[in-house]
Design a protein around this ligand. Structure first.
Ligand SMILES: Cc1ncc(COP(=O)(O)O)c(C=O)c1O
Length: 391
């Protein structure tokens, strides 16, 4: 199929929910993807922060093929060896005290599950959430998502109070009311342009949640699975949440989400409290098992850290600010980035924008060679020089 055929069919037969990049991708390998005209792109976007191991990772592909020959799917109505191994692998990488797993299929479903567990264990209904936070598009996750995404559905939202991200005082004073089931927070707010805060801030939230009997929920849909250099970013901040949600990189492209649940909350869970048909299915579990094996055995977290160091070293002195960590970075150029993102695409490099007009998001596979990262920084600098409105 030609580029034009593909675009025409998609536009004709799908509802127009997505503003797409003007390329049609056909195949991928490692940090590269190829379009319908066989042009090669360096993929520093990973299909929205998903392919941490790179496209068509040989270990994940082999595991999926082997699993397809065995059994494609069976639900949680039965036990399964691949699910047993995937759960053990995930639990063994989870922070101590949080080695209890619930599998689902998407990030938003993981957050829905965490919100339900917080409500169930506390017997409360209200949530505390952060301005700028994004937690998904289903109604529960949307009710704790800030801003434009929730506006049209305000009539069905659960009760949520929003406080500014990164400023402990309003959060602590809200928590003192003792009314909240959960406080949900993206430790790095990706859509908001990689807003980040300090270990001290997260520790204050942890202590205040303890005092208030509120469950602390880390939405690690983007930060989790080793992307920022530790398996959970909670390890970097020295803070143990009550619930951690993960998805995106967990199956390296196969849809899967998970909730890591504290021992205390796991102890309160009863049959029927949560369920899903597809969560924990065999193909997804084969992907999780192989992805986690690679993360453990191929120094993926160390590689993610080295990519961050390279980008900070090359671009730190040249742009306004770099935020985030590992393979989840926001490059704040200090001026609107849309023309730079388009120019990079022309030059064969895929990056993402965000809700912050001045921020380019870089979420590369951790296996991206450092010389390709250096090449990207050179090309970015030349695109910045040519961007309209830049002196
Ligand atoms: C921080 C965060 N939470 C939740 C979600 C929702 O995940 P999904 O699109 O898999 O439902 C996303 C998706 O981008 C996200 O970035």
């Amino acid at each position: 199929m030609t580029h034009t055929d593909i675009v025409q069919l998609e536009e004709r037969f799908q509802i127009r929910t997505y503003r797409k990049k003007p390329i049609a991708v056909v195949r991928g390998e490692g940090c590269w993807i190829w379009d319908a005209a066989d042009k090669r792109y360096l993929d520093l976007y990973g299909g929205h922060c998903v392919t941490l191991l790179g496209h068509n990772h040989p270990g994940v592909t082999a595991a999926l093929k082997a699993q397809l020959d065995q059994l494609t799917f069976y639900s949680n109505a039965v036990y399964s060896p691949v699910r047993a191994r995937a759960a053990e692998a995930l639990a063994s990488l989870a922070p101590v005290g949080m080695r209890n797993v619930f599998f689902c299929s998407t990030g938003t479903e993981a957050n829905e599950t965490a919100l339900k567990l917080a409500r169930k264990t506390t017997g409360r209904t209200e949530m505390l959430a952060m301005e700028g936070g994004f937690h998904g598009r289903t109604i529960g996750s949307l009710s704790v998502t800030h801003g434009k995404y929730r506006e049209p559905y305000k009539d069905v939202m659960g009760p949520t109070t929003f406080v500014p991200f990164g400023d402990a005082r309003p959060a602590l004073s809200a928590l003192r009311k003792g009314a909240y089931a959960g406080l949900i927070i993206e430790p790095i707010q990706s859509m908001a342009g990689m807003a980040e805060s300090t270990a001290g801030y997260f520790r204050l939230l942890r202590e205040a949640c303890n005092d208030a009997g509120t469950a602390l929920i880390f939405d690690e849909i983007q930060t989790g699975v080793g992307r920022t250099g530790t398996f959970s970013i909670s390890e970097r901040y020295g803070v143990l949440p009550d619930l951690i949600t993960m998805a995106k990189s967990l199956g390296n492209g196969v849809p899967v989400g998970a909730v890591l649940v504290s021992d205390a909350i796991a102890g309160t869970v009863r049959y029927g409290d949560q369920g899903t048909t597809f969560g924990g299915g065999m193909l997804a579990m084969a992907a999780v098992e192989a992805t986690l094996a690679a993360i453990r055995d191929d120094d993926i977290m160390e590689k993610a850290r080295r990519i961050e160091v390279t980008i900070r070293h090359r671009l730190g002195p040249k742009i306004k600010e770099i935020r985030g960590g590992g393979c989840l970075l926001g490059l704040d150029l200090g001026f609107p980035v849309a023309p730079v993102v388009s120019a990079l695409l022309q030059d064969g490099i895929i990056v993402a924008g965000s809700n912050h007009p001045n921020v380019i998001r870089v979420m590369p596979p951790a296996i991206t060679p450092l010389d390709e990262i250096e090449n990207f920084t050179d090309i970015l600098e030349s695109c910045m020089r040519e961007a309209p409105g830049v002196a």
